[in-house]
Design a protein around this ligand. Structure first.
Ligand SMILES: *Cc1c(COP(=O)(O)O)cnc(C)c1O
Length: 353
């Protein structure tokens, strides 16, 4: 730390992203990326000509992308904010709307706590139930910003939209942020509620279901006043927040919707197969509506299992939080990758190799 850092940041604990190792080729099941490439039309859109156009700034209004998203989801462009990954809109939301403090589950996306710390927001962490579900009643009438990932991460479990509606109704004067990063893998979206609740902000990402994690593209739905606030923050920090190439690929991605629906269905099929296999090996597997499974076994410590898999070229995500340190979060890859995982687990757990 230099002596120049403001006092308020000196004790900040930054977010720890999942490993992106460069030492060897792993079967990479640790950061919930898609195992599939983007649609062919997206890949073909990336030409030398487009790279040459990088001499020009990108469109700060993201007009074409917003229009396409509006068309696909049946909302107005004024209901949409687009961002450099959904992390950016989460960042802006905590910056803009966390005035009265924030409440979120104790086990959820780790960045919520980091953003709260970054902006000096009092964070109330509400314990998940013993079965890792969310009791919505604990989020009613909080009178502070409520943040819930639905499906939640790293559990993969969902909360019904009817219960989110209760949270919205009982917090009329605070923002309720629903992070739908994983909604395309079987979750239920809050989208129909944005017309009725002016305190709802939903975030989405192209990183998981749209095979574009490295492109860094996210978006949000909300009523136009909330979107205008986010735009104000954006124009006060980085108006050209999304690069030209990513904007273009995002547009092409929206145009190729059916390709991505197919891939999401494929991942759900592979998820069901993998869960069955893991249960057959004696794992406890939480019910997942996301592109990952959260699983533990009595046969081996969670950290040890993580290390044994890594030695054998398979990367999964392990968290050291004592409440979940027996679990590993396993991204759903291709069927072939999951078959290798299952075979390796058999070796590691039953053959003492
Ligand atoms: C992956 C993830 C995000 C952020 O994704 P971006 O790559 O920044 O779009 C946000 N929320 C949750 C719960 C996630 O798992």
């Amino acid at each position: 730390m230099s002596r120049f850092l403001k006092e308020q940041y000196q004790s900040l604990e930054a977010y720890t992203p999942g490993e992106q190792p460069r030492d060897m080729q792993y079967i990479k099941l640790n950061t919930n990326e898609s195992p599939y490439p983007p649609a062919p039309s997206v890949v073909e859109a990336m030409t030398g000509e487009q790279v040459e156009l990088l001499r020009l700034y990108s469109d700060p209004t993201a007009k074409h992308l917003k229009e396409r998203l509006a068309g696909l989801y049946g909302v107005e462009p004024e209901n949409i904010f687009v961002s450099n990954g959904s992390d950016e809109v989460l960042n802006f939301a905590f910056m803009a709307f966390g005035g009265n403090g924030a409440a979120f589950p104790d086990i959820s996306y780790g960045f919520y706590e980091v953003y709260a710390d970054l902006y000096g927001i009092q964070a109330e962490k509400i314990l998940l139930e013993a079965d890792f579900s969310i009791d919505y009643r604990k989020y009613c009438g909080k009178n502070k910003m409520v943040v819930i990932a639905n499906p939640n991460a790293p559990t993969g479990m969902t909360i019904p939209v009817s219960q989110i509606e209760e949270i919205l109704k009982t917090n009329p004067n605070s923002l309720v942020l629903i992070d739908e990063a994983y909604v395309d893998f079987g979750g239920e979206s809050c989208l129909p509620l944005i017309a009725r609740y002016d305190n709802l902000l939903m975030t989405r990402t192209f990183s998981k279901s749209r095979c574009l994690a490295g492109g860094r593209l996210g978006y949000a739905f909300a009523n136009p006043a909330i979107i205008a606030d986010l735009e104000k923050i954006k124009y006060s920090t980085n108006p050209y927040n999304i690069n030209r190439l990513t904007l273009l690929l995002g547009e092409k991605t929206v145009d190729a919707e059916s390709y991505y629906l197919e891939k999401c269905a494929e991942i759900q099929k592979t998820r069901a197969w993998t869960a069955e296999q893991l249960e057959g090996l004696g794992f406890t597997v939480l019910p997942s509506s996301a592109n990952f499974l959260f699983a533990k076994t009595d046969k081996m410590d969670g950290g040890e299992l993580y290390r044994k898999l890594k030695e054998r070229g398979i990367l999964v995500r392990h968290f050291t939080n004592p409440r979940i340190c027996q679990f590993n979060r396993i991204t759903i890859g291709t069927m072939e990758q999951m078959a290798v995982l299952v075979g390796t687990l058999k070796e590691v757990l039953y053959e003492n190799v």
